[in-house]
Design a protein around this ligand. Structure first.
Ligand code: CA2
Length: 145
C-alpha cells in the first residue's frame, strides 16, 4: 500500500455546492464531500482541494506529478476549455479519474465535449456527491493493483 497521496481536485464554483441548483448538484456541500472522502480513504493520505483559478489547479497537478499516487478531478467548467489542465494531466504517470456530479452527457451540448476525458483513465458522471466516494474506492483499487 503506497503512502503517496490521492489528490482530489475541484474546479470553479464547486465551493458553492449545496447552495445553488440543488436540482442538478444536490444539497451536499463541498466540505461535507471532503469529510465523506476522509472516511472513505480509510487512513490513506488524501489531498482535497478546490479553486476558482485554473493556474492553482495546474499547480496541484504538478504536486501530484511529484508526489501523488492518483488524481480524482472534477474540473467543473474548465473540463471543456482548459488546455493547461490537459497538458498538466498528460505529465502525470498514475491513474486519473475524471468525475462529475451530474451526468454531463444528458445536459446542454456545451457540456458534452470533455478535454480531460482524452487523458483520463476513467470517467464517472451522474452519481451525485456520492460519486466522490465511489471514485475514491475505485482509485484505491487501481493504485493497489
Ligand atoms: O456535474 C459536475 O460536477 C460539473 O463538473 C459541475 C460544473 C459543470 O460546469 C460541469 O458541466 C459539470 C459546474 C460546477 C458549478 O457548481 C455549482 C454548484 C452550485 C451552484 C452553482 C454552481
Amino acid at each position: 500500500m503506497t503512502s503517496k497521496s490521492i489528490f482530489i481536485l475541484n474546479g470553479p464554483n464547486l465551493n458553492r455546492l449545496g447552495k445553488r441548483e440543488p436540482e442538478i448538484y444536490g444539497t451536499t456541500t463541498l466540505a461535507e464531500i471532503e469529510a465523506m472522502c476522509g472516511m472513505a480513504a480509510r487512513g490513506r493520505p488524501v489531498r482535497f482541494h478546490q479553486s476558482n483559478m485554473e493556474g492553482e489547479i495546474v499547480s496541484w497537478i504538478h504536486d501530484a506529478i511529484d508526489e501523488g499516487a492518483g488524481i480524482i478531478i472534477n474540473p467543473a467548467a474548465l473540463t471543456f476549455t482548459s488546455l493547461a489542465i490537459l497538458d498538466a494531466l498528460k505529465m502525470f504517470n498514475g491513474p486519473i479519474i475524471e468525475l462529475h456530479i451530474s451526468n454531463i452527457h444528458r445536459r446542454e451540448a456545451y457540456y458534452h465535449n470533455s478535454m480531460v476525458s482524452k487523458v483520463a483513465t476513467a470517467v464517472m458522471a451522474g452519481f451525485g456527491a456520492h460519486g466522490y466516494v465511489l471514485a475514491l474506492r475505485a482509485m484505491i483499487r487501481m493504485i493497489d493493483a
